[in-house]
Design a protein around this ligand. Structure first.
Ligand code: TXA
Ligand code: MG
Length: 327
């Protein structure tokens, strides 16, 4: 395993080329995107893609995103209709993944046997340089062990996957800190499968109506949302501002169980919601190493990237207050 540090704005071509060669010969490369670090493999090579699942301990029925360096590369792997074309031309590169009808060239390891495939063109200069140096799309989930917080720096990748990855391209901390927004464009109307780095408000400005995942039917359509993602070893209690503190079910009962002098807790409170998104996963990883009894996390509103932060917090806490309902 090698770690190569690059300048995020001007990544060394020899490092990028070595990375694309490793991918081309079936290896695994972790690389930064604007959202989180990805664990990449050649997306057209089924056996390379299988090694992603082994490295992460990921259930094989959870499909992967294919990453491309140019919108034109999508037509090789998916059917692109006019509406999808407009979205790609307007919002890419960026933290937005589109689910489209898959072409037969896509290995079933990528799609987990679905007839659709997820595609995304990231905006991070290191990711773009790498993807543009590859002659194939790169399948990449977040570069964490399955069930752990997504990695926002090379250190977190090393901790989780140091044993199984061939190269980590270290481009520093990621910008957004939460994964891409996933939008299903295979139906009559686009459906939001995962809130993420691209705000829902911006999506609606471009595509008009966007349906929210409601009920089991949509859940089945995005296999990843079925799994409880990250469950911290200590309880995570959600605090909703405007409600009295300590709020909701947890804290009062918990305090009753523990003699007050030994209660040690940390709170997740950030200056802005973008700082919250950027620091959330790293904070979760840090707090695991501290002897805390519980973690209190402030729940941001659904606005902008707050929707994604809220979603990740609620998944970690096993709470349902994250689901946004409309109409
Ligand atoms: O920001 C991101 O999206 C990062 C970076 C590395 O690009 N990647 C990422 O991948 O978060 P992953 O595998 O951790 O999450 C992909 C999500 C999962 O919830 C998966 O179920 C969903 O996308 N997905 C993939 N293919 C799909 C498909 N064909 N239909 C519905 N959902 C799909
Ligand atoms: Mg993930």
């Amino acid at each position: 395993m090698i770690i190569s540090t690059v300048d995020r704005w001007n990544p060394d071509e020899t490092v990028i080329h070595r990375a694309s060669q490793i991918l081309g010969s079936g290896g695994l490369v972790a690389f930064p995107t604007e959202t989180v670090y990805g664990l990449g493999a050649n997306g057209l090579d089924g056996s390379a893609v299988s090694s992603i699942f082994r490295a992460k301990g990921r259930p094989s029925d959870n499909p992967l995103i294919l990453h491309v360096g140019l919108p034109d590369a999508v037509s090789l792997v998916a059917e692109v209709n006019r509406r999808a074309r407009v979205v790609m031309d307007t919002l890419w590169p960026g933290p937005l993944t589109l689910v489209l009808p898959a072409r037969p060239s896509v290995p079933s390891e990528v799609t987990a046997g679905l007839f659709t495939v997820a595609v995304r063109m990231p905006s991070h200069p290191v990711a773009l340089a790498l993807l543009q140096d590859c002659s194939f799309p790169v399948a990449a989930p977040s570069a964490n062990s399955s069930g752990r917080p997504s990695p926002t720096d090379a250190d977190a990748v090393l901790t989780d996957l140091g044993q199984s990855v061939d190269l980590i391209v270290d481009g520093g901390s990621t910008d957004l800190g939460v994964e891409s927004t996933v939008l299903d464009m295979t139906g009559q109307l686009p459906v939001l499968l995962r809130p993420g780095g691209m705000p829902l408000e911006l999506l609606r400005d471009v595509v008009g109506q966007v349906l929210l995942p409601q009920g089991a039917m949509e859940l089945r359509r995005s296999p990843g949302t079925r799994y409880r993602h990250y469950a911290p070893v200590v309880p995570l209690l959600l605090w909703i501002p405007d409600e009295p503190f300590p709020a909701r079910e947890g804290i009062g009962a918990y305090m009753g169980m523990v003699p007050p002098p030994v209660v040690v807790f940390r709170s997740l409170v950030f200056d802005s919601v973008s700082a919250y998104a950027r620091g959330l996963f790293a904070a979760m990883r840090d707090l695991e190493r501290e002897p805390v009894e519980f973690i209190v996390a402030q729940l941001p509103s659904f606005e902008g990237i707050g929707y994604a932060v809220r979603d990740r917090l609620c998944r970690a806490a096993g709470s349902a207050v994250c689901s946004k309902k409309e109409g």
